[in-house]
Every structure is written in structure tokens, then in C-alpha cells.
Design a protein around this ligand. Structure first.
Ligand code: SF4
Length: 353
């Protein structure tokens, strides 16, 4: 059962002075109505009846949109006051927001503490200074370390968002970012492959031949290695890849149209499915290496793969690709895919029958 639920509230950063190459928020927010504290109340009231009584451990109100702490302090306070009211009534449990590393300082954190905020997610994107520069993030990697330390010193929960495949990025710099994320010890992380959206500087770079988007397969390969590093440190990875609804919040235009082939609606399952395949194949090869053919009297070796129910679809793979992979690559082995709910999430076991 899902233990956590988020009530997402999109607060556009109107007048954002930055020009991140991948961003189309400015074009979108220019056409959006202002969000008011009354809207925050309405959104919470709309979500709450759908969430209560479902045995959820935590319900969070989360202010997304990139740079919550970049908006004027009195506006932050007005939004937070509504969320705090629901938290004090016990109807929500945590207040959560995302922001940029250079919009964190003592005054901002004092205010967030005053309004009983809990989780601050930083859009770090990369720990590689060259990638931050090439993506025109407008802040340094020192800003990232300073913000992470300050957030933790204040006792807030830290979240880190990373992007994969930004200009100047490589497998090595992505792995470095994953390792630095572990060193910063956030409690949650998100991994977003870079998507080229229409009418962004990144799209112009792509059309000028200055930027090549990752293919879906390349993005999966890099993201799975980052996922392994971060998950092994016990950090909860709450999102891998954009949801389709992240791309269609501006239905009046083609602004959200993607260019290239990085986007996949089931990106997380591709990543987790690939991890499942590699872990099972390594165990399978070990089993085959030590296989005495006593259970192959009929010439068919039998092996069972196990996962719990939550991870079963990852074991089978998106569009059954893992199942087909094993059938085609190991036609001499009869493989059964079985459920074992005594296993943890993302634990995959191969056993000879
Ligand atoms: S991604 Fe960059 S440009 Fe876009 S809203 Fe956030 S800070 Fe501003």
C-alpha cells in the first residue's frame, strides 16, 4: 500500500531572473493566472477527501514550480500560513517545497521554520561545475554545498534533484553527482533525464547541432547506475523521469512538445526493469556455472526468478521486455517468474528449481 501522498501545488516563479537552458517555465507562467493562498486552500480541500481513510502514513502539501523560496517572502508566508493551518489541524503531516540552491539563506530558513516547513528539495541538477555553467544555471556548485549544509543544520529534511544528460554531461559526471548526493545525505532524491522542450535555449542548441539529447536507452543506462549508488545509501528515490502530466500542464500551446527521444512515459520502470534484468542475469550465470544437470533429465534446465508484488512488473520488464530477453537469450532454460512477498522492494532472486 502506498504510504505517502503529496498534494502538489504548482507555484510558478513569475519573474524568475534565471535562464536555465532546459526551462520553459517562463513561457508557461507568462500565460498562467496567479496562484493565490485561496487557491492553495481550494487545492488542499479538493485532495483531502480522496486521501483520508486510506491508511496513509504521511500526507504532504508540496509547493513545486522550481523556486518557492525565490518568490517574495510575504508571498511565501501567505502560502505557508494556509499549509501550516492544515498541519496544525492534523489533516496534513508535512510541508514540502522545491527551490534553487542559491535561494537558501538564514532569513529564508528562519521563515520556513516559523511556518513549520519540513522538507526542502533542491534543484541541484549536477555537482559538476562545467555542467552547471553549460546549462546556464546561474549558481555555483559551492552554492549547492552551502545550501545542503544549511538546510541540514536547521534540521529540515533535505531532498536533491538531479538531471541526466545536460549539456556538457557525461556518464562520469552523472556518477560523480550521484556520489556527491550520497555524501550530502538527503532523505529523498529525484532523477530526471533531460527532456528537450520546444522554445527553450536547449532546443535552439539542439537545432544548431550544439547539443545531442540522450536516447532513451542511453538515459536508462546512466540513470540506473545513479539509482544504484543513491538507493544503496538508503536514500528514497521518489521520482525517476517526468510524468506525462508534467509535460501537459500547458495545453494551450505546443510548448511542452518534446524534441529527440529521451522522454518515455514509463521511464522509472525502464530503469528499475533494467536493474532487475542485470541482477537476475548475474545470478543466473552463477547458477549455470555451478549447475549439476541433475534437474535436467528432460534436457531442460529450470530456474525461478522471484520478487515481491511491488517489484514484479520490474522483474517482467516494461512491455514484458525482460521476459522476452531471457526467453530469447537462454532458450535452453525454462524460467518461471514468481512472487515472493517476503522479499523487499527491488530485491530479485534467481533459484534453480
Ligand atoms: S528552471 Fe531555471 S529558469 Fe526555469 S524557473 Fe527554475 S530557475 Fe528559473
Amino acid at each position: 500500500m502506498k504510504k505517502h501522498a503529496i498534494i502538489p501545488i504548482f507555484i510558478p516563479h513569475r519573474g524568475c531572473p534565471n535562464d536555465c537552458v532546459f526551462c520553459n517555465q517562463k513561457a508557461i507562467t507568462a500565460r498562467q493566472a496567479n496562484v493565490t493562498p485561496a487557491d492553495v486552500r481550494r487545492i488542499i480541500e479538493t485532495y483531502l477527501p480522496t486521501l483520508t481513510g486510506r491508511g496513509l502514513e504521511t500526507i504532504e502539501t508540496a509547493f513545486f514550480g522550481g523556486s518557492f523560496t525565490g518568490i517574495p517572502m510575504e508571498e511565501q508566508s501567505a502560502f505557508l500560513a494556509v499549509a501550516r493551518e492544515y498541519k496544525r489541524k492534523g489533516l496534513i503531516h508535512k510541508i514540502h517545497m522545491s527551490t534553487r540552491p542559491d535561494y537558501i539563506n538564514e532569513a529564508i530558513l528562519d521563515n520556513l521554520r516559523e511556518y513549520e516547513a519540513d522538507i526542502i528539495e533542491l534543484g541541484v541538477q549536477s555537482f559538476d561545475p562545467a555542467v552547471l555553467e553549460a546549462s546556464n544555471r546561474g549558481h555555483s556548485v559551492e552554492d549547492v554545498y552551502r545550501a545542503c549544509d544549511l538546510i541540514k543544520d536547521y534540521g529540515f529534511e533535505l531532498g536533491i534533484q538531479l538531471m541526466i544528460g545536460l549539456p556538457g554531461d557525461s556518464l562520469e559526471s552523472c556518477l560523480y553527482s550521484a556520489r556527491e548526493t550520497v555524501r550530502m545525505a538527503p532523505s529523498i532524491a529525484r532523477l530526471y533525464p533531460t527532456i528537450v522542450l520546444n522554445d527553450t535555449e536547449l532546443c535552439a542548441m539542439y537545432r544548431r547541432g550544439e547539443y545531442t539529447p540522450l536516447t532513451t536507452d542511453e538515459a536508462v543506462d546512466i540513470t540506473k547506475e545513479m539509482y544504484r549508488i543513491i538507493a544503496a545509501a538508503g536514500i528514497r528515490i521518489i521520482r525517476v523521469g517526468l510524468k506525462s502530466t508534467d509535460l501537459i500542464n500547458d495545453s494551450d500551446s505546443d510548448q511542452n512538445q518534446t524534441v529527440g527521444h529521451t522522454y518515455h512515459p514509463a521511464f522509472r520502470q525502464l530503469v528499475e526493469g533494467q536493474i532487475a534484468r542485470e541482477e537476475l542475469e548475474a545470478q543466473l550465470l552463477e547458477l549455470l556455472g555451478s549447475y549439476e544437470d541433475e534437474n535436467a533429465a528432460d534436457g531442460t534446465r529450470r530456474v525461478s526468478f522471484f520478487s515481491n508484488g511491488n517489484s514484479f512488473s520490474n522483474m517482467i520488464g516494461n512491455a514484458r521486455r525482460n521476459k522476452e530477453y531471457f526467453v530469447q537469450k537462454y532458450p535452453e532454460i525454462r524460467i518461471a517468474f514468481q512472487r515472493d512477498d517476503s522479499l523487499g522492494d527491488m530485491v530479485f532472486i534467481a533459484k534453480a528449481d
